[in-house]
Design a protein around this ligand. Structure first.
Ligand code: AMP
Ligand code: ZN
Length: 114
């Protein structure tokens, strides 16, 4: 996807504060943080969202969650607690059409989310 902002970050064409990477995924700080720790974990390959992944998910979902939990440990919020969020579609609040998992931590989360 030539113009996709997260594909461009994955290709190194747009700067991002990368915190971790694996063979399938990349983690970088969100530009507009909603918590003291707010990192996005994306597949380096373009997927519009969760619904499109299909059978590729057998490798992709564990890779995304593995990297998210690695970030949580690395950034020191594993013990205090954190939240992983995957916004999907318009009602789900997804604004960037490249699959991503939010890693939020460093403050107490409320429930239900807005
Ligand atoms: P969502 O609303 O779930 O699609 O989340 C998209 C997230 O991407 C938002 O939290 C944005 O702040 C974030 N975002 C958009 N553009 C960038 C960028 N260039 N670098 C880092 N984060 C971004
Ligand atoms: Zn993309």
């Amino acid at each position: 996807m030539i113009d996709c902002v997260f594909c461009r970050i994955a290709r190194g064409e747009i700067p991002a504060r990368v915190v971790a990477r694996s063979d399938l995924a990349l983690a970088f700080h969100d530009l507009n943080p909603q918590a003291p720790l707010h990192v996005l974990v994306i597949p380096t390959e373009h997927w519009n969202g969760a619904n499109e992944v299909g059978p590729a998910g057998a490798r992709l979902w564990p890779a995304l969650l593995d990297l998210a939990v690695q970030v949580v440990r690395q950034e020191g919020v594993a013990d205090s607690g954190y939240r992983l969020v995957l916004n999907s579609g318009s009602d789900g609040g997804q604004s960037v059409a490249h699959l991503h998992v939010h890693v939020l931590g460093g403050r107490r989360m409320t429930w239900p989310p807005g």
